[in-house]
Write a protein that binds this ligand. Sequence first.
Ligand code: NIG
Ligand code: FE
Length: 414
Amino acid sequence: MTTKLFRNARIVTPQDPGAPLRGADQGKVREIEGGALLCRHGLVDRVGEEAEVREAAKGTEIHEEVDLGGRCVIPGFVDPHTHLCFAARREEEFRLRLEGTPYLEILRRGGGILSSVRSVRSASDEELFETTLGNAMSALEHGTTTVEVKSGYGLDTETELRMLRVIDRLRRETPLDVAATFMGGHAVAEDYRDRPDQFVDLLCGEMIPAVAEQGIARFCDVFCEEGVFSVDQSRRILLAARAAGLELKIHADEVHDLGGAGLAAELGTVSAEHLLAASEPNLEAMAEAGVIAALLPATAYSLRKPYAPGRRMVELGVPVALATDCNPGSCFCESMPFVFGLGVMHMGFSLEEALVASTLNAAYAIGLGHRVGSLDPGKSADFLVLDGSTPAILAYHAGVNPVAEVYKRAEWVA
Ligand code: NIG
Ligand code: FE
């Protein structure tokens, strides 16, 4: 482990106050012209103007100096919501959706998530890992240095655990920091189609205890949606998960306003995701409870739905995070720059608000705010060198990868 000085950068980063940023602070960032970053043992040691950092580093041996050519440096993206562990793509289904078949109708006919369940169940561990690794490496090249990955294409105890082991392997074998989420409540398994409450019993009585016992997931998530899990069923699942020691997330009000955002506030989940159809009183309740909204604009893009009211959420004081939702169905996108661009162009976020949403607040949405998400001393030295002089490049240079270099723990990784 060495001491490195990264210099000649225009550094733009949130400063972590120990909690997600919200309301008027949602877009609060620090900008340093002629900035430098001193990293020790893979952690940020000092950040500031170069002269200042050098002065503070006096007497310390610097093993390597890297000139970043005046380009913009931001913290590595944290993608707090993905389903990138899957075995097969669903390109045909995308075509069906373009031709007018609704997303939930495809699921009702036994396709959608259930089609991914069939392909995951029949894939070997190695095949599942290879596809997952490919998705994760592409995310890394687009600047994601920390990622959350959900299970949920197994829907039986054995396959859910198998997915979580593959997700754990991703953590061990790649430079990415990975947060694992158990999502056995992603859809009702086909054999339980006519007895969904018994599937909820299976989730609460068998799957959740097995996952908790193995200690391979930090969070539990559930798809609270018409025709999937009701608010009552979602509450049962989440309470069982909490009792087993898991932290909570919820796919809420993605297509219909079922009240998932209200349930998130009632239970004080760490985050509530999607929220395209969430009602204003429930968003107010989320603000009150401090639940982070994890918004997924690339899903709205892919489902051709109106974008979630991100600007309004900021006004209401809900802390907002951005994520890809990368999955083979509703949103095959692992690019945080694309999500950043949609957030700015279609949700009314300023560049600074989108930056906070995709770094610091995203880190808090997966319980890692103390370690990643900003370039503060003591945090992991995860940062991106952009092919531009400000974060505007992320929305401005559309349809390409504006991330020139990716550093994880002060090492060049892409
Ligand atoms: O967040 N909505 C539920 N889950 C995913 C989609 C999963 C899939 O279609 O495979 C989502 O959009
Ligand atoms: Fe999702």
